[in-house]
Design a protein around this ligand. Structure first.
Ligand code: NAD
Length: 325
């Protein structure tokens, strides 16, 4: 018999960034298992459209607020105790690093501290969405959680990398000194429906360009690699961490590593587009390679991604085809 999950019907879960790409899929999964979910989002990079299908769902509440200012306690759904707090709020695309740098620093520092205090007060489990960017431009490949990273602390990407590293540090301090039940997931590149077509990340950019028949803009030589994970697999990993008592940090993603040029060619083929591939200049500190070591996730969470790139990209292309038509 499969045991009941730790968080299920009757449990109240707060998801910051719940109207974002990953957050909205996580909200769906939690609601499907009967949790009451409160999503707090200021829509800076997310959208009400991502949760519009939940308008009639009685277990779901969407609250508009900037979590860097603290939680909007005047809202009755926010005032009630939470069993779990999941902090996903943060702009996350490379474009955001230059357009929203201060907002990223605030949500990765002030908001994290507010939420940690609330989690302690509620005796809630706290889950932090961290990132593979914590490894910076890694000198170890693939990246295990024991690797401390290679981050330029003052580079353009540092607003994101260092904010997440601060969030991890704060989470560990609250775990050690406030006895907080906390888990940190280091998310590697994830893609799927509900990404913004113009958010600057490779998959939505290439798909949008291919669908419009425009040249695919690949940075540098296109030899740099990423391991792309379909969002359903990532959410399975995040929820497994939520249900566990593991602290981590634990990597989550896939080991399917491919070069940006191969990704562009695959997308052109799957879209059936005539787009050419154009090499354009590369942003500074752009990591050369990225692949998670998933041994820990497998061992302690039983995590095993199941959606391959062809299948996941087909589902994502179908979403963008509809959205851009
Ligand atoms: P996203 O931009 O789609 O989602 C982030 C959400 O947070 C948006 O809805 C945004 O409006 C909201 N938000 C941002 N600042 C806020 C604030 N101050 N107050 C309230 N809401 C705020 O990005 P995503 O890809 O869904 O990322 C979700 C989380 O996962 C982020 O923390 C990100 O760092 C992490 N992550 C994502 C990936 C990935 O590949 N998608 C990789 C590594 C880490």
């Amino acid at each position: 018999m499969v045991p009941d999950p730790r968080f299920r019907d009757g449990h109240r879960v707060l998801v910051t960034g719940g109207a974002g790409f990953v957050g909205s899929h996580l909200v769906d999964r939690l609601l499907n298992r009967g949790c009451t979910v409160v999503a707090v989002d200021n829509f800076i990079t997310g959208s009400k459209d991502n949760v519009a299908h939940l308008a009639e769902q009685p277990l779901f509440t969407l609250v508009e607020a900037d979590v860097s200012e603290g939680l909007p306690d005047h809202h009755p759904a926010v005032r009630q105790r939470f069993d779990a707090i999941m902090h996903l709020a943060s702009p996350a695309s490379p474009t955001d690093f230059t357009t929203l740098p201060i907002e990223i620093l605030r949500v990765g520092s002030l908001a994290t501290l507010h939420l940690l205090d609330r989690a302690v007060a509620d005796r809630a489990r706290f889950v932090l969405a961290s990132t593979s960017e914590a490894y910076g431009d890694p000198l170890v490949h693939p990246q295990p959680e024991t690797y401390w990273g290679n981050v330029n602390p003052i580079g353009v990407r540092s607003v994101y990398d260092e904010a997440k590293r601060f969030s991890e540090s704060a989470t560990m301090a609250y775990h050690r000194y406030r006895r907080l039940d906390a888990g940190i997931v280091r998310i590697f590149n994830t893609y799927g429906p509900r990404m913004r077509p113009d958010d600057g990340r490779a998959v939505p950019t290439f798909i949008s360009q291919a669908l419009r028949g425009e040249p695919i803009t690949v940075h540098g030589t296109g030899a740099q690699t990423r391991s792309i994970c379909y969002v359903d697999d990532l959410v399975t990993g995040i929820v497994a961490l939520l249900d566990s008592t593991e602290t981590g940090p634990i990597n989550c993603g896939t080991e399917h590593e491919l070069s940006m040029r191969d990704l562009a060619e695959l997308i052109v083929e799957l879209v059936g587009s005539r787009s050419t591939i154009d090499l354009v200049s590369r942003s500074s500190d752009d990591p050369e390679m990225r692949r998670p070591d998933l041994a820990l996730a497998r061992a302690v969470l039983g995590f095993q991604p199941t959606v391959g790139p062809q299948d996941g990209l087909r589902r994502t292309i179908a979403y963008f085809r509809q959205r851009l038509s």
